[in-house]
Design a protein. Structure first.
Length: 437
C-alpha cells in the first residue's frame, strides 16, 4: 500500500519534473537559457499532466485544469498584469519613465546607485506590504536606469537591465517577508497563532543580517562603476504618475485601483502636454497588454497544471514525506522549511504555500515544543526564498514583463533572497535567535 502511495505521489508531481527537464535540457542543447519560451515548456508539461490524471474522463481532467487556470487568485494576478502593462506603456509614451530615471540619476551618485535602489525597494515594499506592488512601481524606472548605464558605456555583470531589475526584486522580497500588512505575514501569524509584532522581532533577527550584507555588497559593486550616466532635464510634472502610484500604494489602496488611477493620470498629462492623443493612448494600452501576453499565458498554464498536481495528491505526498522522520527541534524546523518550500514550488504562490503548510507546521510546533514566532518566521522566509528563484512565480513574471527581459536573466542576479535563505538555514542550525529557539 505504501509503495502504491509513493508511486502515485511521485506520478502526481511528475508534471513539475517534466517542465523543469524540458526547459533545462532544451536550454542546454540550445546553449541559451533565454531562448526557450517558458510558455512552451509549461504547455508540454500541462498536456502531460492532463494525460496522466487517473480516474477521470478527459472532459473532467480539462475541467480540473480550467479550475486551476481560472482560480480567483490567478485571475486577480492577470488583471494586475494587464493594468501594469497598460500603465507602464503609457507612462513610457508620455515620458514619465525618462523623467523618473533622470531624477534618480541626479539624486544618487554612481557609487551609491545600487545600494540606494535596493534600500528604496526595501522601504517601499515594507510600507505597502506587497512585492508585486513594489515591482510594478519601481521596475520600469530600474530598467530605464539599466539601459542608461549601458548607453553610458558600463559593461560587465554588474550593470544592465537584468542586474538593476534584480536589485528591485530582491528589495521587494524584503518587505514581502517582514511587512505587517503583507499577506504572507498575515497567513504565517494566523496559522501559528502568534502576534505580528512578535513574529517581526524574531524574523528581523534572521533576515536583518542578510539585508545588511546585501547593502554592503551593492555599495562595493557600485564603487566599481566607472561611468555615470548623464542625467537629462527633469520635467517635474511627468514625475506625478510614479509619485502618485507610490503614495497611493503606501496609503494602502488596492493595487488594481492604484494602477487604474495611474493610467488615468497618464492620459491626463499626455493630453495636456500634447505628447499623446486619444488614438496613441489606446495604442499604448494595447501594446502594454500585448507585452504581458506571454506571462499571462504562463500564469494560467501554471495554475492549471499545479491544480492537477494538487487534485492527484502531489501536495499530500509532500506533506506526508516531509513529516514522517522528524528527529529533534532542528529536524522539526528543517521539515517545516522543506514543507513550505516544496508547497511553494508546486503552487508558485508564497501565501498559498504558507496556508497549505501552516496547519501541519502548527502540529509540528506543538509536538516538538518549537516557538510559534520562529515557526511563523521560517514559513514566511523560506516561502519568499523559493518564490525568488522559480521563473514562473508572479514576481519574476511581472518584473520580466515590465523590463522586457527573461525571468531567468533576473534570477541569475538575485542576491538578497539567496543570502536571506542562507541566514535562515544558519538560524536553524545554530539555534538562533536564542530567545526564539
Amino acid at each position: 500500500m505504501k509503495s502504491d502511495n509513493s508511486k502515485n505521489g511521485l506520478l502526481a508531481l511528475s508534471p513539475l519534473l517534466v517542465f523543469l527537464c524540458i526547459y533545462l535540457i532544451s536550454s542546454i542543447v540550445a546553449h541559451d537559457f533565454y531562448r526557450i519560451p517558458i510558455s512552451a515548456a509549461f504547455l508540454t508539461a500541462s498536456v502531460y499532466a492532463i494525460a496522466i490524471c487517473k480516474g477521470k474522463t478527459l472532459e473532467e481532467r480539462i475541467s480540473v485544469f480550467s479550475d486551476g487556470a481560472g482560480n480567483r487568485n490567478v485571475l486577480l494576478m492577470i488583471w494586475i498584469f494587464v493594468l501594469a502593462g497598460a500603465f507602464a506603456a503609457t507612462a513610457k509614451e508620455i515620458g514619465a519613465i525618462d523623467a523618473t530615471v533622470n531624477l534618480a540619476l541626479r539624486i544618487l551618485p554612481g557609487n551609491l546607485l545600487y545600494a540606494g535602489l535596493f534600500l528604496a525597494s526595501c522601504f517601499i515594499s515594507m510600507s505597502i506590504g506587497t512585492s508585486v506592488g513594489t515591482i510594478v512601481a519601481l521596475v520600469p524606472v530600474a530598467a530605464g536606469i539599466g539601459s542608461e548605464l549601458v548607453t553610458a558605456g558600463a559593461s560587465g555583470p554588474f550593470s544592465g537591465v537584468p542586474f538593476i531589475t534584480a536589485i528591485i526584486v530582491g528589495g521587494a522580497f524584503f518587505g514581502d517577508n517582514l511587512s505587517f500588512i503583507s499577506d504572507t505575514t498575515i497567513a504565517a501569524t494566523r496559522t501559528q497563532e502568534c502576534s505580528m509584532s512578535d513574529k517581526f522581532k524574531a524574523n528581523i533577527r534572521i533576515v536583518g543580517p542578510a539585508a545588511l550584507i546585501v547593502t554592503i555588497l551593492y555599495v562595493i559593486m557600485g564603487s566599481s562603476v566607472s561611468v555615470t550616466p548623464e542625467a537629462g532635464p527633469i520635467n517635474w510634472v511627468l514625475l506625478i504618475p510614479y509619485i502618485l502610484v507610490i503614495a497611493l500604494a503606501l496609503s494602502g489602496v488596492n493595487v488594481t485601483a492604484v494602477l487604474t488611477i495611474g493610467l488615468a493620470v497618464n492620459a491626463l498629462i499626455g493630453f495636456s502636454f500634447g505628447s499623446i492623443d486619444w488614438t496613441g493612448f489606446l495604442e499604448s494600452i494595447g501594446g502594454g497588454i500585448s507585452d504581458m501576453g506571454d506571462l499571462i499565458i504562463v500564469t494560467m498554464l501554471a495554475g492549471g497544471m499545479l491544480e492537477l498536481i494538487r487534485v492527484n495528491g502531489g501536495i499530500d505526498f509532500i506533506v506526508n514525506g516531509m513529516t514522517r522522520h522528524i528527529r529533534g527541534k532542528r529536524g522539526a524546523e528543517f521539515s517545516i522549511a522543506g514543507l513550505v518550500s516544496l508547497a511553494n514550488l508546486c503552487t508558485a504562490n508564497n501565501t498559498i504555500a504558507i496556508i497549505t503548510a501552516g496547519g501541519i507546521a502548527r502540529d509540528i510546533t506543538k509536538r516538538f515544543g518549537l516557538d510559534p514566532r520562529k515557526t511563523a518566521s521560517i514559513l514566511d522566509t523560506f516561502s519568499c526564498l523559493v518564490q525568488g528563484f522559480i521563473p514562473y512565480g508572479a514576481q519574476m513574471l511581472m518584473a520580466a514583463g515590465l523590463a522586457g527581459i527573461s525571468s531567468i536573466s533576473i534570477i541569475g542576479h538575485l542576491y538578497y533572497p539567496f543570502i536571506m535563505g542562507l541566514c535562515a538555514i544558519l538560524a536553524i542550525l545554530l539555534r538562533f535567535p536564542r530567545k526564539y529557539s
